[in-house]
Design a protein around this ligand. Structure first.
Ligand SMILES: Cc1ncc(COP(=O)(O)O)c(C=O)c1O
Length: 396
């Protein structure tokens, strides 16, 4: 008798990343100007790298507590309290990235056959995670106009049936830049409280929010943590990757009700056991001394966003809305019906690396994502290549 040598059906059914599919076609080529991944183009600031180096030199090479070292948990609790409601250390779990935070919370809350609801288009990782656990992922699409992306609140509330286990919501959103308003958050929270539905808010881009007036300090997107207490079924995941330019450090955290955090400690033990101690030391420094980094990054991305969106809309057949957060322009290309083929041709024939809209769900077809965490000269080089590439869009 022969036995299958492959993984279980839930894993076989996972989509492989279409962003990767395009990137694989051009990686290693020196002539490609790439904006496909969601990654700032700058190296992590020196003072943060120094903190990790010093921790290593101090011999910080051992396992730490499952939930993170107390100093980092305290630093995060103080930071979250400064931005949102008062938050205590027992609400915080340190994780090895935002990605890991999302997986851990899903492992804690979602089982086979559970119904989850997800607002899309969305970063594919978040859509696939519940499916790994055998859950059903029901999508509620945002709608697009040049004025911006829009959530049909009634449609979302209708989808949040009493049998729904978790709502996944990422705002500011990757890829659209859509940010939820406080009034909609209140309606969603109230509805979910009534039906016992968990809200998992992915707050990875909360500091890369462009909606706040310049006088507001520190700028931060509306969060469920502003309106929900520690006794509510609300979990926020976060990451050091974007705000502090630390993608390669793989460090993040979860803010959750204390009883759930206790259970997360067990899951962390069986996933990664802990985040590396020297990386956690860098995290402490990033939060304590990094507000300048965030302010500078936000200002730089805002300039890049304004420049890119203005120039995109000047191109024939392109419709781009001004994103109110994150670091992406997700724009419509008139007459383009196969974004994967279109992006592959852009790489092959024009050396331009963009992410196909279809990678973010069926409602992303016809769109392309451009990460604008880059300087203006590089954006201009990319725009020139796009202009040349647009000539063949009707073929794709
Ligand atoms: C919406 C969203 N959430 C979470 C993450 C996780 O980031 P990381 O795993 O680098 O912490 C990303 C990264 O691209 C993201 O776009």
């Amino acid at each position: 008798m022969t036995h299958s040598l492959t993984a279980r059906p839930e894993v076989l059914r996972l989509r492989s990343s279409k962003i990767r599919e395009v990137a694989n076609a051009g990686m290693g080529r020196k002539d490609v100007v790439a904006f496909w991944f969601g990654e700032p183009d700058e190296v992590t600031p020196e003072f943060i790298r120094r903190a990790a180096i010093e921790a290593l030199e101090d011999g910080d090479t051992f396992y730490t507590q499952n939930l993170g070292v107390p100093a980092l948990r305290e630093t995060i609790a103080t930071y979250v309290s400064g931005l949102h409601r008062p938050t205590t250390v027992d609400e915080i779990a340190v994780t090895n990235s935002g990605m890991s935070a999302l997986m851990l919370v899903t492992q804690a809350l979602v089982g086979p056959g559970d119904r989850t609801v997800i607002v899309t288009p969305l970063w594919p990782n978040l859509v696939e995670i519940p499916k790994i656990l055998g859950a059903e992922a029901v999508t509620v699409p945002l709608s697009f106009s040049r004025e911006g992306w829009h959530l049909d609140l009634d449609r979302l509330l209708d989808a949040l049936t009493p049998s729904t286990r978790v709502l996944y919501l990422n705002a500011p959103n990757n890829p659209t830049g859509w940010t939820i308003d406080a009034t909609s958050q209140r309606a969603i929270l109230e509805h979910c409280q009534r039906h016992g539905i968990w809200i998992l808010a992915d707050d990875a881009y909360e500091r890369l929010y462009f909606g706040a007036g310049d006088g507001e300090t520190p700028p931060v997107a509306p969060s469920f943590l502003d309106i929900a207490g520690a006794g509510d079924r609300v979990v926020s995941t976060n990451t050091f990757s974007k705000s502090w330019l630390m993608t390669g450090f793989r460090l993040g955290w979860i803010t959750a009700p204390p009883p759930l955090v206790t259970e997360l400690a067990k899951l962390i033990e069986y996933n990664t056991s802990c985040a590396p101690g020297f990386i956690q030391r860098a995290g402490i420094t990033a939060i304590r001394e990094g507000e300048g980094v965030i302010a500078r990054t936000r200002a730089r991305f805002m300039t890049a966003r304004d420049h890119l969106v203005r120039r995109l809309n000047a191109l024939p057949g392109i419709d781009a809305a001004l994103p109110s957060g994150a670091m992406y322009a997700f724009f419509r290309v008139e007459g383009m019906r196969d974004s994967l083929a279109f992006c592959k041709r852009l790489v092959a024939e024009h050396g331009l690396g963009l992410a196909p809209g279809i990678a973010f769900g069926p409602e992303g077809e016809g769109f392309v994502r451009w990460c604008f965490a880059s300087d203006t000269a590089r954006l201009d080089e990319g725009l020139e290549r796009l202009e040349r590439g647009l000539r063949f869009r009707h073929a794709a």
